[in-house]
Design a protein. Structure first.
Length: 299
C-alpha cells in the first residue's frame, strides 16, 4: 500500500518543487505529456488483452463505466443546481459562435483508438508484451513528475485561488458530490468503498485517472475509470451551451479538471470572458486533487 502511495505522491511533489517559468520549456513539457499519455494508454490496452476471462471482464468494464457516468453526473448536477439556486451567478453575457464540438469530441475519442490499438497488439500473445506492467509503472512516474512541473508552471497562486470564490465553491461542490456518487457506485456495483471513491475522484481527467487506477486496481477498474471520465468530458462538451444560460455553476462543474484547458474554449464562448478566471481556478484545484485523492484511496 505504501509503495503505491509513494509512486504517485513522490514524483508529483518533486515535479511541483521544480520552479520552471520558461514558456518554451513548459510548451515542450505539455507536448511530452501528450505523447506519454498516448504511450501509457497503449500499454493499458495491451494489459487488457492479457486478462483472464476476457469477454466477462470487457462486459464488467462497460457496466462499471456506464453506471459510474450516470450516478456521478446526477450527483454533480444536483449539487451544482443547489449551489446555483442559493448563490446565483449573475451575468450579462450573450453567447458567441462556438468552436466545433464534433471536432473536440473526435479528438477525445482518438484516445479510445489508442487503447484499442494496444488491445489488438496484446491479443497476439507475444511473450515480450508481458513486461507491459513494469513499463507502465516507470512511464507513470515520468508522467507524474511532468504533471507536477506543469501545475507549478501554471503560475496559480494561493491568493488567486482564494480570491475567486465562485471557482473554489464549484470545485468544492464537485468534490463532495463526486464522493457521494462514489459511495453510491460502490454499493450499486458491489465494489469496496475505497474503490468506488477512487473511481469518482478522476473529475474528468481521463488521461491521468485511468492510468493511476490501472496501476492501483488493475486494468478492469482502470479502464472503467478511463471511459467514465472520457464520457464525462464528451457529455460536458455537448451540454455546456445549453446549461450556461440556465446554470453557469453546473456548466462549469460538469467540465471537471478539463475546465482549465480542453473545455475552456467552449466555456469562454458560451459564458463570456468573466467565466474564464473561475474556470481556471476550478480546473486547477481539481487537477491538483486528482492524484492526491486517488493516492489516498488507493492506499
Amino acid at each position: 500500500m505504501l509503495s503505491g502511495l509513494l509512486i504517485i505522491l513522490v514524483p508529483l511533489l518533486i515535479g511541483y518543487l521544480i520552479p520552471l517559468r520558461q514558456r518554451v520549456t513548459l510548451i515542450w513539457i505539455n507536448r511530452l505529456l501528450g505523447w506519454i499519455v498516448y504511450i501509457i494508454l497503449f500499454l493499458m490496452g495491451i494489459s487488457l488483452a492479457f486478462l483472464d476471462n476476457l469477454s466477462a471482464n470487457l462486459l464488467a468494464i462497460l457496466h462499471y463505466s456506464a453506471v459510474s457516468i450516470v450516478v456521478i453526473l446526477l450527483c454533480n448536477c444536483a449539487g451544482l443546481l443547489l449551489l446555483e439556486r442559493f448563490l446565483p451567478w449573475h451575468h450579462r453575457h450573450r453567447q458567441q459562435k462556438l468552436p466545433s464540438r464534433l471536432k473536440m469530441a473526435m479528438e477525445s475519442l482518438q484516445l479510445c483508438g489508442v487503447v484499442a490499438a494496444g488491445f489488438i497488439l496484446g491479443l497476439s500473445g507475444w511473450s515480450w508484451l508481458t513486461h507491459t506492467t513494469e513499463a507502465s509503472e516507470y512511464t507513470l512516474i515520468l508522467l507524474l513528475l511532468l504533471v507536477g512541473i506543469q501545475l507549478r508552471g501554471s503560475g496559480m497562486t494561493l491568493r488567486q485561488i482564494l480570491l475567486n470564490r465562485r471557482g473554489t465553491l464549484v470545485a468544492l461542490v464537485v468534490v463532495v458530490s463526486s464522493l457521494l456518487a462514489g459511495a453510491i457506485n460502490a454499493l450499486l456495483l458491489g465494489l469496496p468503498l475505497k474503490t468506488g471513491l477512487a473511481m469518482a475522484s478522476g473529475y474528468g481527467w481521463y488521461s491521468l485517472s485511468g492510468i493511476l487506477m490501472t496501476e492501483s486496481y488493475g486494468p478492469v477498474i482502470g479502464s472503467a475509470t478511463f471511459f467514465n471520465d472520457l464520457g464525462r468530458e464528451l457529455i460536458a462538451i455537448i451540454l455546456i451551451p445549453a446549461l450556461v444560460g440556465r446554470s453557469r455553476s453546473t456548466a462549469l462543474g460538469l467540465c471537471g479538471a478539463t475546465s482549465m484547458d480542453f473545455t475552456l474554449p467552449v466555456l469562454q464562448r458560451s459564458g463570456g470572458v468573466e467565466l474564464v478566471p473561475a474556470a481556471i481556478v476550478h480546473g486547477f484545484l481539481l487537477s491538483l486533487l486528482v492524484p492526491l485523492m486517488m493516492a489516498l484511496f488507493a492506499a
